[in-house]
Design a protein around this ligand. Structure first.
Ligand code: SAH
Length: 218
């Protein structure tokens, strides 16, 4: 694991420990993931007005009609991709940057794409301030992947769509895994797709709620 860890007071450490305990109760088993969540300052990834709620296990608004994902789902997607021991990970939907920040402490390099320019530049600035050096952010339509840096050992899509974008399947390395919410707003399921030398193996996991995956860079 790598830094950064922010100086924090006792009270907020207790608050974070409670969040970690909650995630454990909900079934997150990977201790390394729990440790990283417990030492990542989620309050710095939301607006100051919402900082007091940052260690609740809920999604929170980040402006532009988008949300920072619920910690449980960040932990779940992270532990699912870690099963294939990825070194280079692509994220579609940078949003606040929180998921990318969690990944950045567990893998070598994170490539993250975001279609809303203001969110992409805010996340970039956050990473700089917090000292994350292994995250690269691009303002683009993540459905196209990031061909220049592919193939990726793992791909995490943090917005829900009806289908898995073909470009993402193409940019997934053999032995790699993609995790994504599939479906529309009324019914979404988290799926995991593992690429073998011959096929893509899909496993349907659990119902989830994500903002929609949209086409084009807004
Ligand atoms: N991973 C984020 C979650 C943000 S919500 C976090 O930890 O905070 C999902 C994000 O996906 C939104 O910011 C939305 O703008 C973005 N998004 C939706 N469709 C996209 C697309 N086609 N390409 C890139 N980003 C997209």
């Amino acid at each position: 694991m790598r830094p950064p860890s922010q100086g924090i007071g006792m009270t907020s450490q207790r608050t974070r420990d409670r969040l970690v305990e909650r995630l454990r109760q909900k079934g997150i088993r990977n201790n390394t993931v729990l440790e990283v969540i417990g030492s990542t300052p989620r309050h710095l990834f939301v607006d100051e007005a919402l900082a007091s709620r940052a260690y609740e296990d809920t999604a929170l608004p980040i402006g532009h009609g988008q949300t920072i994902s619920q910690p449980y789902i960040v932990a779940r997607m992270t532990e699912l991709v870690l099963e294939v021991a990825p070194r280079r990970v692509l994220e579609v939907g940078t949003g606040s940057g929180y998921q990318a920040a969690i990944l950045a402490r567990l893998v070598d390099k994170v490539y993250s794409t975001e279609r809303i320019e203001a969110l992409a530049s805010q996340a970039r600035q956050r990473f700089r301030q917090l000292g994350y050096r292994n995250i690269r952010v691009q303002h683009s339509d993540g459905c196209m992947g990031w061909p220049q840096f592919g193939p990726f050992d793992a791909i995490i899509v943090t917005a829900g769509g009806a289908d898995i974008p073909t470009a993402l399947l193409e940019q997934l390395a053999v032995g790699g895994r993609l995790v994504m919410p599939l479906g529309d707003r009324s019914r979404q399921i988290l799926v995991s797709v593992t690429r073998t030398p011959t096929v893509y193996e899909r496993v349907d996991l659990e119902p989830v709620v994500f903002v929609p995956l949209l086409g084009g860079a807004g």
